[in-house]
Design a protein. Structure first.
Length: 274
């Protein structure tokens, strides 16, 4: 390794044989104490990853834990809207201050730094990666038991930055029942394995719909693939979440904390055992 190495392998032309051995994790700021960091990932967009992140944080908070969400989906942030949080983040002598939801979940998102939540984020990968690192080290998070990192879809710059820079205790992979998703899940799993990040389990979203008249489960997107996928990569299925119009309505109203999804019981028990 060159003595001038700055740890940024993406812009380096050197052939460092021990590059994989580098620990690029960034320590949290002076005013942050975070016990567990859980990444919520998906190999593709549109699977409800941000919803799952929000529901996990709400469920853990309701158990008496102090929870936070770092919204790393910089170009498509939706976490503040789900919690009904508007306005801009503030700062004091300790650093940038996260917003707080009605139940006390601490949240930081690029939408809290923009003049308008509808303003597009037209930034290149290195700038976005730098913002994620700042959210981790420059925000005064305080005492946090569980931080959930809502990651953008895919295996590009930002997921790589999160995997390398944050001390992840594990990731949860969000999927849907379609056949295509099997390949996508394996991409996310293989990336985590490459980066030595534990995969806690799989949550299948939009798994089924419940008929309001007879209560029958209807597989709108086909038969569930979660058990098959999970068995193939050796991880548990943590939950199968239904399509529920009432959940969508609450999220649109900024009231995701009122959902109270009991389908996440196994996921919560697994996180509490970590």
């Amino acid at each position: 390794m060159s003595e001038n190495c700055n740890g940024n392998c993406s812009s380096c032309s050197a052939n460092c044989s021990d590059r994989a051995e580098q620990d690029l994790r960034i320590p949290a700021g002076e005013f942050s104490s975070i016990k567990k960091v859980i990444g919520v990932v998906s190999g593709k967009g549109g699977v409800g990853k941000s919803l799952v992140t929000s529901l996990l944080a709400c469920a853990m908070q309701s158990k008496g834990n102090s929870c936070a969400i770092l919204d790393a989906d910089v170009t498509g942030p939706s976490i503040p809207r789900s919690f009904g949080i508007t306005g801009r983040a503030e700062a004091d002598e300790t650093g940038l201050l996260p917003a707080e939801s009605k139940t006390g979940i601490k949240i930081m998102s690029v939408n809290l730094l923009l003049d308008s939540e509808e303003s597009p984020v037209v930034w290149r990968g290195p700038v976005i990666s730098g913002v994620i690192q700042q959210f981790w080290k420059d925000v005064a998070w305080g005492e946090i038991d569980y931080m959930f990192v809502d990651m953008p879809p895919g295996t590009g710059d930002v997921p790589l930055t999160v995997f390398q820079s944050l001390p992840l205790d594990g990731i949860i992979v969000v999927t849907t029942p379609q056949d295509l998703v099997t390949m996508i899940v394996k991409k996310a799993y293989n990336m985590a394995k490459l980066m030595n990040i534990p995969v806690i389990g799989i949550i299948e979203n939009m798994s089924y719909s419940v008929c309001p008249d007879c209560g029958k489960h209807v597989n709108i997107f086909g038969e569930s693939k979660a058990d098959e996928i999970a068995s193939g990569i050796g991880v548990p299925v943590l939950a199968k979440l239904p399509i529920d119009p009432s959940v969508a309505s609450l999220v649109d109203k900024g009231a995701v904390e009122l959902v109270g999804d009991k389908n996440l019981d196994k996921a919560i028990e697994t996180l509490e055992r970590m």
